[in-house]
Design a protein around this ligand. Sequence first.
Ligand code: ADP
Length: 309
Amino acid sequence: MPPIISVSNLTKSYASGTPALNDVSLDIEQGEILALLGPNGAGKTTLISIICGLVTSTSGKVTVGGQDIVTDFRAARRMIGLVPQDIALEPFETVIRTTRLSRGLFGEPRDDAYIEKVLRSLSLWDKRNSPTRELSGGMKRRVLIAKALSHGPRVLFLDEPSAGVDVELRREMWQLVRDLRAQGVTIILTTHYIEEAEEMADRIAIINKGRILLVQDKADLMRKLGRKQLRLDLQKPLEIVPRSLIQYGLKRSQDGRALIYDYDTQAERTGITRLIADLAAEGIAVRDLDSSQSSLEQVFLELVDEDSA
Ligand code: ADP
């Protein structure tokens, strides 16, 4: 299946200086949840704004469902729903009318059955005749999603869905997004919360200073991160690792006072018991042990740090 969104060699320079996007290429597959993860100022909003046709790129190309976002703007834009970060709703308008109006803005004919389906799926049907100002914060966010879905888009963009949202509402949003994917909607969310990317995404794209540093299946990423490190502090410094221990792939700390052993937490055997026995057989005495697990947060920070160095 061709990608639903294809971004090639996209660059954006605002008048003010350094490029906000620098040669970004990215394919987004139909039906996936892609999290665009990056620190503030990384270029996330600029990227989605260009894909949604709100900002023009300096160079590069974007297609949505095969339609060019510049030359076939209307056709491309119709396939997109955008849920903005800020809650901006007509306070006196009712839920159902504001949702219908959004659909009308796309030039779509009125379709009450579809609007009912959208509002029901967001648990807003009972509130359809309430003015939006009377709704709770969580419901207001759902109305924004209803408006974004009103014209039946194939792709939904969520810009920082958890910004300023309490934990309970955040969980509710996450469930909602999963339900939408189950209905076949492709979802792209921008976030600077690592937890959010970890919880929701099928794939994670890490962006920093206008460049994509990594795009990877979350499961693969987590499998890699499933590795743990065991640090063995030695009684006496070691000049070289004995040949008999080569199979463990041990790394020696710079001062030779510690050995680092990488192991896979998912593996049936970690090899630790055998390693300790083999060290003892070589007469290497261990003073202390410490294990640590790399997390998405560490990988993210390392990548971003390296990139800034
Ligand atoms: P993010 O959404 O990841 O926080 P942005 O896309 O908002 O990042 O910003 C990327 C860079 O572009 C930042 O350096 C920001 O200051 C700059 N930028 C964003 N919007 C504008 C604008 N309208 N005019 C000038 N510079 C901008």
